[in-house]
Design a protein around this ligand. Sequence first.
Ligand code: COA
Length: 537
Amino acid sequence: MTTLVSQLRTGSPAFARNLAAYAELRRDVNDVRGLAIAGGGAKSLATHASRGKLTARERIHRLLDPGTPFMEIGQLAGHALYADAVPSGAIVTGIGRVRGRLCMVMANDATVKGGTYFPITIKKQVRAQAIARENALPCIYLVDSGGAFLPMQEDIFPDEHHFGRIFRNIAEMSSMKLPQIAAVMGSCTAGGAYIPAMCDETVIVKGTGTIFLGGPQLVQAATGEQIDAESLGGADLHTRLSGVADHFANDDLQALAMVRNIIARSRVTSPLAPPSAPRDPHYDPSELAGVVNANPKEPIVAAEILARLLDASYFVPYRERFGPTLLCGTGEIGGFPVGVLINDGVLYSESAQKAANFIELCSQTGVPLVFLHNIAGFMVGREYEAGGIAKNGAKMVNAVSNARVPKFSLMIGGSYGAGNFAMCGRAFGPRLMGMWPNARTSVMGGEQAATVLATVRQDQLRKAGGATAGMSAEEVETFKDPIRKHYADHSGAVYIASRLWVDSVVDPSDTRGWLSLGLAMSAASPKEETRFGVFRM
Ligand code: COA
């Protein structure tokens, strides 16, 4: 084993500059977090409380084992996406511990447009269910929702991954013996009624919980029957007459206690304890923000990151002297073994081949993979094309795609183009995908995209007007500026997270906790055998 030794001078002006620059990035993200956590604003919060209801986050807090963490999935989802503000996508989702078991919790936020489902709400709930399925987590649905956000019905109803997928997921996960538990703590209308109706066991709260396919307004319009919500689908009706719900709770707190007991009675296994005792790194993870250079064009030194992420700063490098622009090796995080891949420069054929081999080895031994992206892309140029960089990069992408060990993916710097794919971008099924506040991701960097498009434009103009035609140097800059701005505005952490292209924006100093919980969650999931396809040699 090798104990990594940091060369970082934490007393230097450069370190102080980096920390100061990071504080600003954090502030930007935290401002948006604040909006997400605030929910639907003072007026709707007051109305909500006046009905004797806890907020979505209060409910989750009371549901989880006291003092245990809650890992939110998609906290920033929905930010600045629609004309209406939809903080946290109108649903709070995440992983937490209930009576010792890790569970996926999904709680509608009724203070945001009545808890109705926008497209991002559906996407977020379907993503939460996918994480639950892959990691064999019980699902708890704290329902308080007006169902479809009707003005956007075509974006939430008809397609493959739209509303219906939530119900299909409930049925399929139930068949996989993953408990599906609902607590109806507010409205639960139309399609939404299928959440409690399809769950294995359902609790409903007196006075506030209602379940119906058509609400009072619709019933009156359709049949002329005049009826209030409680008589149409309240707790008494559903626990005494219809059997749509199983347990009658007097209030939110009692309902949450009942859910906790249901989970305790279920046969799900508890998360496995780590095989080794967790050890702190030798260097303080709070220094990670100072490792990230204030100038994003400057490199991030991979060993400095690992020294602050791995237990006891121990790292066993794999082929250290071969393809050194990608560090591969094993260590532990929170007592769980991991195979780490972290960029330390551009990807070459050698680094990609090494990575493919390393992924094969980890798959053989069942070691989870952690990808830390800081990658501009693969090396370009005739020499590299002739050396087969496309096929060697493809080997890495192939290995990443088929590796059936749990994969975790975190962008710690740039993550561009095929480099993102090779480092297990979103499309490659990481169990969790996150990015640091400084990270950026797009198909290529803004400067490169502006240059490519300016060159294409120049070529067109010269073809049409002769060799002397085309843009002047000044015109080229004017042409490039909006492209640079577009890329800058559409590649940062808030933009990416608001669309749920990552699960979380993770602060560098929280990274060990984020990965440890992810590793604990994946440790209890069924093991799958890896089968690789054809590698082009
Ligand atoms: N689609 C779009 N917007 C909806 C909505 C829906 N299905 N249901 C509620 N809203 C909006 C309201 O217009 C209101 O918007 P505003 O804050 O801009 O005025 C906001 O959500 C809150 O609704 P409100 O009725 O004031 O809150 P409430 O807490 O008293 O009641 C509901 C919430 C969900 C119980 C109630 O609005 C309702 O019954 N909605 C209809 C539900 C329905 O029939 N859905 C069918 C889906 S297929």
